[in-house]
Design a protein around this ligand. Structure first.
Ligand code: NAD
Length: 296
């Protein structure tokens, strides 16, 4: 059996760690929040009281923490994985962070004798729960093959997209598409409601045509039920639109729809909805239309 340390057991990390434990790996979880490891422990895994304890015996160190500074905090410094872990271990960073930070951390990890992959995911909480995530991987082909058994326990579409950093660049593109899609769906549903159309019928027929999408399948029902429990928090999508905008600027690109949707996400966050699911872009459209934003 391979020992896996899993760092960050929130909405995504908790179910992913459970899939790895049930799939035959010996998983030790560590999270800043006590109790976050409860699901893993109930599935037969172990909870570590410190990062040092979690990574001491680990062959694979998986991360699923919110943002670039969190990944830097876990990996670097005297109390980080690169100082505490076993050189030769394979680090798999499932978090969504800045591509430039990923590339800098990969260089540091290689220098310290570690192998590392960026492996951000898409598919949301349902994808994590059902082990059907899309995983966009940056790194070497050898490390990708070494991680394949892990990826296959949490994902369904698993693709090596290039060297370190490429996974994060593809994920940034993913977040641009998803945000624009959610905003369009929210506007379409408000439009349909204004005309008194049967929303169940409308969503069914839209789903069968070119407007059909994973966003429509996962988010239309949440919007019509005014259920904005996360899921994927607006705060995290705000972070991701910042990544898209900074990377686009660095490449000298104009992405006008991305810039507009980034502002709409920022507005929803500024109105106090940062902890809600990103389907709460619907509430932003309600406000723009002079409608009272609603929740269930
Ligand atoms: P979350 O906030 O639910 O979970 C993150 C966990 O990491 C928390 O439990 C937190 O306590 C822990 N953590 C933070 N810093 C830590 C540290 N230094 N050491 C140990 N634990 C630490 O977030 P989430 O929704 O699970 O998202 C995690 C990552 O996955 C983010 O980068 C997000 O953008 C990405 N993501 C989320 C979704 C989704 O639908 N929620 C989908 C795809 C990708």
């Amino acid at each position: 059996m391979t020992n896996v340390a899993f760092i960050g057991l929130g909405i995504m990390g908790a179910p992913m760690s459970v899939h790895l434990q049930r799939g035959g790996f010996a998983v030790t979880g560590y999270d800043l929040v006590p109790g976050a490891t409860d699901r893993l422990v109930a599935a037969g895994g172990r909870a570590a009281g410190s990062l040092a304890e979690a990574v001491a015996e680990a062959d694979v160190i998986a991360l699923m923490v919110p943002d670039s500074p969190d990944v830097e905090a876990v990996l670097t410094g005297p109390a980080g994985v690169l100082a505490l872990g076993r050189p030769g271990a394979l680090i798999i960073d499932f978090s969504t962070i800045r591509p430039d930070v990923t590339m800098a951390l990969a260089a540091q990890a290689h220098q310290a004798g570690f192998r590392i992959l960026d492996a951000p995911v898409s598919g949301g909480q349902p994808g994590a729960e059902q082990a059907t995530l899309s995983i966009m991987v940056g790194g070497t082909a050898d490390d990708f093959e070494a991680a394949r058994a892990i990826f296959e326990l949490v994902g369904r579409t698993i693709v090596l997209v290039g060297p370190n950093g490429a996974g994060q660049t593809v994920k940034a593109a993913n977040q641009l598409i998803v945000a624009a899609n959610i905003e369009a769906l929210a506007e379409a549903l408000i439009f349909l409601e204004a005309y008194g159309v049967d929303l169940t019928a409308a969503v069914e027929v839209l789903g069968g045509g070119l407007a059909g999408s994973a966003v429509l399948n996962q988010k239309a029902a949440k919007m019509t039920a005014r259920d904005f429990q996360p899921g994927f928090r607006i705060d995290l999508h705000h972070k991701d639109m910042g990544i898209v905008q900074a990377a686009a600027r660095q490449a000298g690109l104009a992405l006008p729809l991305g810039a507009l949707v980034a502002q709409l996400v920022a507005a929803v966050k500024a109105q106090g909805d940062g902890q809600l699911d990103h389907s709460a872009l619907f509430r932003g459209v309600q406000r723009l239309c002079g409608l009272a934003p609603t929740t269930d």
